[in-house]
Design a protein around this ligand. Structure first.
Ligand code: HEC
Length: 113
């Protein structure tokens, strides 16, 4: 009896988790497209592609979602906060839709080392 309950719990958990995982993956894919469209690679590098001065390969393990979002929404504020002196500084991306922003954040968070 006990065994059946835990197998059921597992099956239910899996069924709940699968669509969420698929959705996350779709967000990450969309984020990759936004990253390419916005030409973030002019100043940043991911997996050795782009500007080596701004590697983002481990950004998901260093920054949280809010901080990553703030870089897009308030780049000057984040430049000051992080005391970055790199030129040219990053500019905000006020034209990104909420969906594009969410997708970019999901993509950045997936970059971990
Ligand atoms: C004009 C150059 C430029 C462009 C274009 C640019 N950035 Fe940046 N970005 C920077 C600089 C400079 C920093 C500050 C960190 C540093 O000194 O390397 C930064 C910081 C960041 C950070 C925090 C990195 C960290 O290591 O803490 C993220 C995340 C980020 N940018 C994402 C993006 C994304 C996504 C785009 C495209 C939508 C983008 N950037 C476009 C120059 C740029």
């Amino acid at each position: 009896m006990r065994k059946r309950v835990s197998a059921m719990t597992f099956a239910v958990a899996l069924l709940m988790w699968l669509p969420a995982a698929a959705q996350d993956q779709a967000q990450v894919q969309k984020g990759m497209a936004v990253y390419a469209e916005q030409k973030c690679g002019i100043c940043h590098a991911i997996a050795g592609k782009g500007n080596a001065k701004g590697p983002l390969d481990d950004v998901g393990s260093r920054l949280g979602a809010d901080e990553i979002r703030d870089w897009m929404v308030d780049a000057p504020g984040m430049t000051a906060k992080s005391k970055s002196t790199r030129k040219p500084p990053m500019r905000s991306y006020p034209k990104l839709s909420k969906e594009e922003l969410d997708a970019l954040v999901a993509y950045m968070l997936s970059l971990r080392k």
